[in-house]
Write a protein that binds this ligand. Structure first.
Ligand SMILES: [Zn+2]
Length: 470
């Protein structure tokens, strides 16, 4: 690439590809249609587990899955730290509040972000801002106030508009990489519905902003050297019923820790929800200082797990049998996900909760994606294996079915949209780009990271999960 090239990455947080396709067919996203899709492509990609704002930004900006880098949820607990210390920073976390800035110090120091691998990058609204000062993290001083105001007033269009203004001004400095988030689709989807008028308007506004940015790049004579990608961290589904997963345990007499009630002495159980369709459940009684395996899980919780898995709200539970074998149990029965070196196998035992049938031979990481990309659980084998790489992942993972979520009390205002699970509608995101010369194959959002670096003629780190399309 010539040294005036620009990578402009728009993350429309929570954007559903089917909604974008429909709006495009109706002529309501004219700029994206004309300037990006016409010369380029409209494909889809598979996100990561948990498909939640924050953890699901990691594949884009670090090329890694959440479990690989030890951030397996927007809330998590570290059993070893929790058992060993009464106080201390790394016992548990919720990035959804005052601990949010710790997202950056929680990132492993041996992995680089795209911001660190480019020379003159800009960030708008993403939480991954390590090593960026206010001159490059353009919303550093305004994000907290504008998000809080928007949350209280239910007015997110202004947040997208303010981010766009900052982006437009920053183009004068000729940055080489911009990561810009539009948060309004996600926020309106949660508060109203993923298909609500305000949510749809947020897509249309984003189209207008992208059109203005493209026009300015043309005036600057930079457009032909610009790689523009539009994607999302997850989809969203409408929510009609909440199951309070933490309440499930406390109603059965177990002392249960959850955010924001985290100052509980010697809880039996902790519940950390993401998205809100995925929950980590940590069992503190039998072995407090490490994750549980196989029979240890059922010895602690067998009857409650059987009760939980039969509930109409629950999709499946998953836990470790060993560091390489994971059980997945739904109401139809149990299957194993087995990881051997870099290969993956799915073995239904008493049932087929992921609906994949038996994978007769072990599959490579890429074959696993290809075999599952069109299923109801895209990339399920790799994603279940990766999240259990982290010791911060719960003893039990719980997911809710579409239409339900796992957090009721302490969620204000009430959520009417959900993501976070492995379900297709949460996992599949748009992959829109103004070029058509990249490999056309099943794609993970982690693949953008090496592809962007290669396109820009930069060195690709080798400690990543993504594989280049370039
Ligand atoms: Zn999000």
């Amino acid at each position: 690439m010539n040294n005036d090239s620009l990578v402009l990455f728009y993350l429309i947080d929570g954007a559903r590809p089917d909604v974008m396709k429909r709006l495009m067919d109706e002529g309501r996203l004219p700029n994206i249609s004309r300037e990006v899709v016409e010369p380029g492509v409209f494909r889809t990609a598979s996100s990561c587990f948990t498909s939640t704002t924050g953890p699901a930004y990691l594949p884009f900006l670090l090329g890694c899955f959440p479990g690989t880098v030890g951030i397996p949820g927007i809330r998590w607990l570290d059993k070893k730290e929790f058992a060993g210390k009464r106080f201390g920073k790394n016992r548990l976390r919720s990035y959804n509040g005052i601990e949010g800035p710790w997202f950056n110090s929680d990132l492993p120091t041996d992995r680089s972000t795209l911001h660190e691998l480019f020379d003159n990058s800009r960030n708008i609204y993403s939480m991954i801002t390590r090593s960026l000062g206010a001159d490059r993290n353009l919303t550093k001083n305004t994000k907290l106030f504008s998000y809080l105001t928007a949350h209280l007033n239910d007015e997110w269009h202004e947040v997208d508009a303010a981010g766009h203004e900052k982006l437009m001004m920053s183009l004068d400095d000729r940055p080489d990489f911009i990561f810009a988030v539009f948060p309004a689709v996600d926020s309106f989807s949660h508060i109203h519905d993923p298909f609500d008028d305000d949510t749809i308007q947020a897509y249309i506004n984003a189209d207008g902003y992208i059109g203005e940015a493209v026009a300015k790049l043309k005036r600057q004579d930079r457009w032909q050297n610009t790689l523009l990608i539009i994607s999302s961290d997850h989809g969203l589904t409408s929510t009609h019923t909440h199951l309070d997963l933490a309440g499930f345990f406390s109603q059965r007499g177990l002392s249960t820790l959850r955010y924001p009630l985290i100052f509980k002495n010697k809880p039996n159980v902790s519940v950390m929800i993401s998205g809100n369709a995925m929950g980590h459940v940590y069992l503190h009684d039998i072995i407090p200082d490490r994750p549980l395996y196989g029979s240890e899980v059922y010895d602690s919780m067998g009857s409650l797990l059987r009760e939980l898995v039969e509930m109409p709200e629950i999709d499946f539970l998953a836990w470790r049998e060993s560091d390489r074998i994971f059980s997945v149990e739904g109401s139809c029965g149990r299957a194993l996900v087995i990881r051997t070196a870099n290969d993956f196998t799915y073995l239904p035992e008493t049932g087929d909760p992921l609906g994949l049938g038996e994978t007769s031979q072990s599959l490579s990481q890429m074959e696993s994606l290809e075999a599952t990309i069109d299923s109801e659980y895209p990339d399920a084998l790799v994603q279940i294996a990766q999240i259990f790489l982290s010791s911060r992942t719960g003893d039990i993972l719980v997911t809710s079915k579409n239409g339900y979520d796992l957090r009721d009390s302490w969620e204000w205002p009430e959520h009417h949209g959900t993501h976070g699970s492995l379900s297709r509608e949460h996992m599949i995101v748009p992959f829109i780009m103004n070029r058509n010369d990249w490999m056309n194959r099943a794609t993970r959002t982690a693949d953008f990271f090496p592809s962007i670096l290669k396109w820009a003629g930069r060195k690709v780190p080798n400690n990543i999960d993504g594989v280049s399309l370039v």
